[in-house]
Each structure stands twice: as structure tokens, then as C-alpha cells.
Design a protein around this ligand. Structure first.
Ligand code: NAD
Length: 289
């Protein structure tokens, strides 16, 4: 049976935003030393502060001891230069949802890290095959797709592109399991499994709103309290971030050659253009104090 990566494997997380800081939290709690990298020291510090806040919350609920909280935080090492993480055996990127930017990052990682390092992406929708194609070692690339918030959501999609070494997908599967997650294997199709199936949930809600049939608050209440979804579609999009959600819809739409079922919404595009990205910018469908 394939083994999980040993705890001595150092993990590099690139992107200290909502997902990257959540993933760093998960890997550090499992016992790995985690390098946390972003474009600026401030962004890394913000991400690390977010991890500390989440860990402190667990302590306040008696779900984590003070000692484990301190030890976990000590394992999260801020880095502002990728070469400072050159002994990492696993890199997980959670940066902006753009293929060209992720490809450029993977080229840098291929140069900075050991030849056998696993290069994983938390992309929600982009092709793993395309992301790996310009690299010298495309077999080392796979999707490791966590859900938001990563410390709380159990599911992780392990996504194999055309060139992905099956042994690497198996190692990531075993590692996610060792980290307390519920992994599933998936192939690199647009949006993979969850984001593909969830697209119509957002799209139809946005169409109903476009027809002015009901307000976001009414629709959220109906679906959350009436239909028992954990969150209504508008509060969920505000949590995901409209920049991310819109980019995912566009990428799935393009990847299916303009299939109308995945047509992006002008309402959501407007929010992105206005910088109303949801919780992270303080305003989306709702205002956040
Ligand atoms: P975010 O905006 O919260 O964070 C992204 C971070 O990446 C920012 O701190 C930004 O400074 C940094 N960044 C951007 N470009 C970079 C670069 N070239 N080098 C280093 N750092 C860079 O975004 P997020 O919501 O955490 O999403 C990140 C990734 O995770 C995306 O690919 C997204 O599709 C995916 N994802 C998001 C969700 C979600 O619900 N938000 C869920 C699953 C997967």
C-alpha cells in the first residue's frame, strides 16, 4: 500500500490567502514543517496571523491544547524567497486562479526544489495537464484540491493530469488521509467533480436574481433554512470570493467550448469589476463589518 509522505517532509505552501493559510494550518497540525510564501512579507504575516486566530479559536473550544497550538504555529515558517524552501518535498500552490501565472510559478519551483519534489496545485478548475505541460518533469504535478475552509472541510480531490505519475497521485491520496481528510481520486476534467457539479447551483441562483424574482437574502434563507443546504448560494459566493468564483466559471465555460450551461453571470462580473469580492473585501452581495 502506498505510504503517506513522512512527517519529516517539509511542505511549501505558496499563496497565504484564504486557501493557502488553511492548507498550511492542516499540514502543520499534522506535524510537518511548513514554509509559507506569498508575494510580500505582509501577505505572509497576514496568512500566519489567520492561522494563529483559527488555532486560538480551537483552544478556546478545548479542541486543541495550548502546547499543541504553540507547537503547530512554530512549525509554520514565513519565507519571502522560494530558495529558502529548497529542501521542501511537497509544494502546494494556492495563488491566483490563472493558468499562465501558475505555470510560471511551477517553472520557478522546478528550479528551486529537489528533482523529486511533488508539485501540487489547489486550483479549483484549471487543467492539470496544461499546467504541467511546459515543465521538464510534468509527471511530478497533480491537483490537491482542498475546500474552503480547508481546516474544517474533509473532502480533498486528488486530480491526475495526463502526465501525472500514478504513484504521486497515490502518495497524495495517502497523505491527505494521514492529515485527517477524505480524499477522492479524480481526472483532470474542467472543474473536476465538485466545482463542475456545483456550477449550476450558482448559475441558476444568479439567473433568478437577474430576473428579480427574489433578493439574495430571501434566496439564501430559502435554500439554507428551507432546503437545508449548509449555505445559500449568495453567502457561499461571498465566502469563496467573487474573483475566484467568476474565474472558475469562466474557466469551466471556456474548457467546455462555450457550453451555455456554464455561461458566466454579468451580475458576478460587475461585482468583480467593482472590487466587491465578498467577505475578503468587506462587500459582496452583503456588507461585512
Ligand atoms: P486569495 O485571493 O484568498 O489568496 C491568494 C493569495 O495568493 C494572495 O495572498 C496573493 O497575494 C497570493 N498570490 C497571487 N499571485 C501570487 C504569486 N504569483 N506568487 C505568490 N503568491 C501569489 O485566493 P484563495 O481563495 O485562497 O484561492 C487560491 C487558489 O485556491 C485559487 O486557485 C482558487 O481557485 C483555489 N480555491 C479557492 C477556494 C475558495 O473557496 N476560495 C476553494 C478551493 C480552491
Amino acid at each position: 500500500m502506498t505510504q503517506a509522505l513522512p512527517l519529516s517532509t517539509r511542505v511549501l505552501v505558496i499563496g497565504a490567502g484564504a486557501m493557502g493559510s488553511g492548507i498550511a494550518h492542516v499540514a502543520a497540525r499534522a506535524g510537518h514543517t511548513v514554509y509559507l510564501y506569498d508575494m510580500s512579507a505582509e501577505a505572509v504575516a497576514r496568512g500566519r496571523a489567520g492561522i494563529e486566530k483559527d488555532l486560538r479559536f480551537l483552544v478556546s473550544k478545548a479542541k486543541l491544547s495550548e502546547a499543541d497550538c504553540a507547537a503547530t504555529l512554530e512549525r509554520v515558517l514565513p519565507v519571502t524567497n522560494l530558495t529558502d524552501a529548497r529542501d521542501a518535498g511537497l509544494a502546494i500552490e494556492a495563488i491566483v486562479e490563472r493558468l499562465d501565472v501558475k505555470q510560471a510559478l511551477f517553472k520557478q519551483l522546478e528550479e528551486a526544489l529537489p528533482a523529486d519534489a511533488i508539485l501540487a496545485t489547489n486550483t479549483s478548475s484549471l487543467s492539470i495537464t496544461a499546467m504541467a505541460a511546459p515543465l521538464a518533469r510534468p509527471q511530478n504535478v497533480a491537483g490537491l484540491h482542498f475546500f474552503n475552509p480547508a481546516p474544517r472541510m474533509a473532502l480533498v480531490e486528488i486530480v491526475a493530469g495526463l502526465a501525472t505519475d500514478p504513484a504521486i497521485a497515490d502518495t497524495l491520496y495517502a497523505t491527505a488521509k494521514a492529515w485527517g481528510k477524505v480524499p477522492v481520486h479524480a481526472k483532470s476534467t474542467p472543474g473536476f467533480i465538485v466545482n463542475r457539479v456545483a456550477r449550476p447551483y450558482y448559475a441558476e441562483a444568479l439567473r433568478v436574481l437577474g430576473e428579480q424574482a427574489a433578493s439574495p437574502a430571501t434566496l439564501d434563507a430559502l435554500l439554507r433554512d428551507g432546503a437545508r443546504f449548509p449555505m445559500g448560494p449568495f453567502e457561499l459566493m461571498d465566502m469563496i470570493g467573487h474573483d475566484v468564483n467568476f474565474a472558475v466559471t469562466r474557466s469551466v465555460y471556456d474548457a467546455y467550448f462555450g457550453d451555455k450551461r456554464f455561461t458566466p453571470s454579468l451580475i458576478q462580473q460587475d461585482l468583480v469589476l467593482a472590487g466587491r469580492l465578498g467577505r475578503k473585501s468587506g462587500q459582496g452581495f452583503y456588507a461585512y463589518g
